[in-house]
Design a protein around this ligand. Structure first.
Ligand code: COA
Length: 328
């Protein structure tokens, strides 16, 4: 396998909103209980963005921390990508706001929407750019304000999601360092199991039907079933293709959707709990932000050492899903 000029992480960062919403707070909002939420999802708390914590502001703060850790200035960036499906404006992109705020005056910028798989798709994209131009420095951010797109009267969904941003700076790694391979997949035919209309998806002068509001809608059981199967297959195929086994993996960083999905995935892959980074209990499902937040925490805790083989996997609306191997 060609390991030259692949994208390697040189800095990570996180920004989480201040407000913590507990299961006990949710008990006062919808007909639910801490016990139900904890046993069904493993989530105890999630962060909720308030004033001054718009999506792009969370993204800016996470990005600035990652730049500081990488030891580079915004001026050195060639590209800013924000993975999100909850930008505070449809146009311009969240990434353009970030580019301006941080002063990345040499960078081009755009958003990427692959729902909860957005960060993994972004990593693969960054790797493609860097394979072509190894000295390129890319700021990749996953940032979401899902609380703005959740129906707070729907107990099936409102308990699951949280807000936050995670970022990383990428550039061409040294020999044997960086992205090894990715296995990304989509199946648009299953869109209606997990979706969200735009504020006005069609010309209101021409279309009279009411789309019922731009909230996340989900067939929970079906999503659960597909998520486990899809991530298991994406990981197994990737490992086989690269001649490695799950035992060679030092840390699995999965998309943090739900503890029961993760438990099933760990069982099927026969990966021990101590080799999996899990923080869904603290933040809930933060969609495109979940993997970079987990990556930053794992890195801060010293769980990643140079040369470690790291495995990522994700699943989200679309459906979109995939896996990636990276040498730290
Ligand atoms: N509190 C209390 N009861 C609730 C509830 C809540 N927050 N949400 C749903 N229920 C009720 C349902 O109304 C239903 O009641 P009924 O039997 O009287 O109709 C019952 O609990 C079972 O509902 P069901 O949807 O079958 O529960 P479940 O065991 O499948 O758990 C999820 C629901 C959403 C937790 C689960 O399906 C799941 O995790 N799905 C994946 C979601 C996900 O991760 N999406 C994002 C992927 S990126």
């Amino acid at each position: 396998m060609n390991m030259k000029n692949r994208a390697a992480v040189i800095g990570t960062g996180v920004c989480l909103p201040e407000r913590v919403l507990t299961n006990f707070d949710l008990e006062k909002m919808v007909n639910t209980s801490d016990e139900w939420i904890t046993t069904r999802t493993g989530i105890h708390t999630r962060r909720i963005a308030g004033k001054g914590e718009e999506n792009y502001r969370l993204a800016v703060r996470a990005g600035q921390v990652a730049l500081k850790q990488a030891g580079i200035s915004a001026h050195e960036l060639s590209l800013v990508i924000v993975a999100t499906f909850t930008p505070h404006m449809i146009m311009p992109s969240c990434a353009c706001f970030v580019q301006a705020e941080i002063g990345a005056d040499q960078a081009f910028a755009y958003d990427l929407n692959a729902a909860c798989s957005g960060f993994l798709y972004g990593l693969d994209l960054a790797d493609a750019y860097i394979s072509r131009q190894p000295d390129m420095k890319i700021l990749l951010i996953g940032s979401e304000t899902l609380s703005a797109r959740v129906n707070w009267e729907d107990r099936n969904t409102c308990i699951l999601f949280g807000d936050g941003a995670g970022a990383c700076v990428l550039t061409g790694g040294r020999e044997g360092q960086g992205v090894v391979d990715a296995n990304l997949r989509s199946d648009g035919s299953l869109w209606n199991l997990l979706y969200m209309h735009g504020p006005e998806s069609q010309n209101p002068a021409l279309v009279s039907d009411d789309n019922g509001g731009s909230f996340i809608r989900m067939a929970g059981r079906d999503v659960f079933r597909y998520a486990v199967k899809a991530m298991e297959e994406a990981v197994t195929t990737l490992l086989e293709r690269n001649g490695v086994t799950i035992d060679d993996v030092c840390l699995l960083i999965p998309h943090q959707a739900n503890i029961r999905i993760l438990n099933k995935l760990m069982d099927r892959l026969t990966v021990p709990r101590e080799k999996v980074y899990i923080n869904v209990d603290k933040y809930g499902n933060t969609s495109a932000a979940s993997i970079p937040i987990a990556l930053d925490e794992a890195s801060s805790l010293g769980m990643l050492r140079r040369g470690d083989l790291v495995l990522f996997c994700s699943f989200g609306g679309g459906f979109t899903w995939g896996s990636m191997l990276m040498n730290w």
